[in-house]
Design a protein around this ligand. Structure first.
Ligand SMILES: Cc1ncc(COP(=O)(O)O)c(C=O)c1O
Length: 391
């Protein structure tokens, strides 16, 4: 019998949904391949699809269609928000300084570094053990004056949910643009800008069943950002370049489906996640679920298995047909704990032994079963090897 393959890496990416592919096909072939900036019928057909996708996305997020700026994905949207706000502030004679949380995705952290390299300044806001940004640190940054504050809605490694509504209110009161990276939040928890008064919101297609290479930045104040790439006047000049029409159509359909299914998804996936954690803790009693005490999105579980290292675990799990990811980074050959776990105060020995399981629409109880069936044996094997190596 072929080996059962289990995919528990949905926070990394998801397969394109059949409904999404079907919606995209006319925009790849002869029916509607036109350039949406062309005035002729080919262009108009593409433009009509693009505008429809904007309306769908705006409605799902509680935004206006004119606020939807398409990008090449979450990374570009995050860069546009952070660097674009810094450039706009500098242009106005304001602070060339940005504040980002310590547990942001590299797309935000590296964008903040880029601002510093351009002669500006980056402030990294520390978080508590639950991943929440420390109030005092935010207050101090707002007092100094910043071009933008960027804090993610849901963290991609541990799933912690930030109280973004409160943070948005604090930034709003200080007159500072607030950017939320919603890449891991949309489709997983309720996401509506009617409740969160942020200036900018990032979403990415491939986390919700659209293709890779398409995302959007919701820009609620066009004066807050300046373009970071330059070209024609598309998308109000904020993000010029011929739009990725098939990708946009796919994103629109995926957003529509994800918004409609969010509550059911969350209920089903949270139950599977809880069962996975219960079974792992039963089989490996000294395992630690990271951020277990925090408010978490339903689809991510980050578990440390003491006495192991995550790279070895990943390799053995892959051989057993189970795909997940590590909570650590392998740099220069040595396993280092991730910046997220470190910022949350997780001890190093647990940080280097962390695995991230991320569940998706296709995850089943059998997947959980298959994972817990092999994990204890793999943990034992890696521990034994590690004991020999460190003797
Ligand atoms: C929280 C978060 N932000 C940004 C990104 C980057 O998105 P993309 O892969 O679309 O560039 C990711 C992807 O892993 C993410 O998880």
């Amino acid at each position: 019998m072929p080996k059962r393959l289990v995919y528990l890496d949905n926070a990394a990416t998801t397969p394109v949904r059949p409904e999404v592919l079907e919606a995209m096909l006319p925009y790849l072939g002869r029916d509607a391949f036109g350039n949406p900036s062309s005035a002729h019928r080919f262009g108009r057909a593409a433009r009509a699809g693009l505008e429809e996708a904007k309306r769908t996305i705006a409605e799902a997020l509680g935004a206006e269609p004119g606020q939807v700026i398409f990008t090449s994905g979450g990374t570009e949207a995050d860069n546009l928000a952070v660097i674009g706000c810094a450039l706009a502030a500098r242009e106005r004679g304001g602070p060339f300084r940005v504040a980002v949380s310590a547990i942001e995705h590299k797309a935000v952290l590296a964008a903040a570094h880029a601002v510093a390299r351009l002669g500006g300044e980056e402030i990294v806001l520390p978080v508590d053990a639950c991943g929440a940004v420390l109030e005092d640190a935010l207050a101090a940054a707002l007092d100094r004056g910043v071009a933008v504050v960027s804090v993610m809605w849901v963290n991609n490694e541990v799933g912690v949910v930030q109280p973004v509504a409160g943070l948005a209110a604090r930034c709003g009161a200080a007159g500072v643009p607030f950017h939320v990276d919603g890449v891991q939040a949309f489709g997983k928890i309720p996401v509506s800008l009617a409740q969160v008064d942020c200036t900018l919101l990032t979403i990415s297609g491939h986390k919700i069943g659209a293709p890779k290479g398409i995302g959007a930045l919701i820009v609620r104040d066009r004066h807050a950002v300046e373009a970071i790439i330059h070209g024609g006047g598309q998308q109000f000049g904020i993000r010029p370049g011929t739009e990725n029409v098939p990708g946009i159509i796919g994103l629109g359909r995926a957003v529509e489906l994800a918004a409609r299914e969010q509550a059911d998804f969350a209920r089903r996936v949270a139950a599977l996640r809880d069962e996975l954690e219960r079974r792992v803790l039963a089989a490996v009693p000294d395992a630690v679920v990271n951020a277990a005490q925090a408010v978490r999105a339903p689809h991510v579980s980050n578990v440390s298995l003491p006495g192991t290292d995550s790279e070895a675990l990943l390799m053995h799990l892959d051989l057993a047909g189970i795909a997940c990811s590590s909570g650590s980074a392998c740099s220069t050959g040595a396993v280092e704990p991730s910046h997220v776990l470190t910022a949350m105060g997780v001890p190093r020995e647990l940080g280097v032994a962390a695995l991230r399981f991320s569940l998706g629409r296709d995850t089943t109880a059998e997947d959980v079963e298959a994972t817990v069936a092999v994990l204890p044996r793999i943990v034992e094997k890696v521990r034994a090897l590690s004991a020999v190596l460190h003797r």
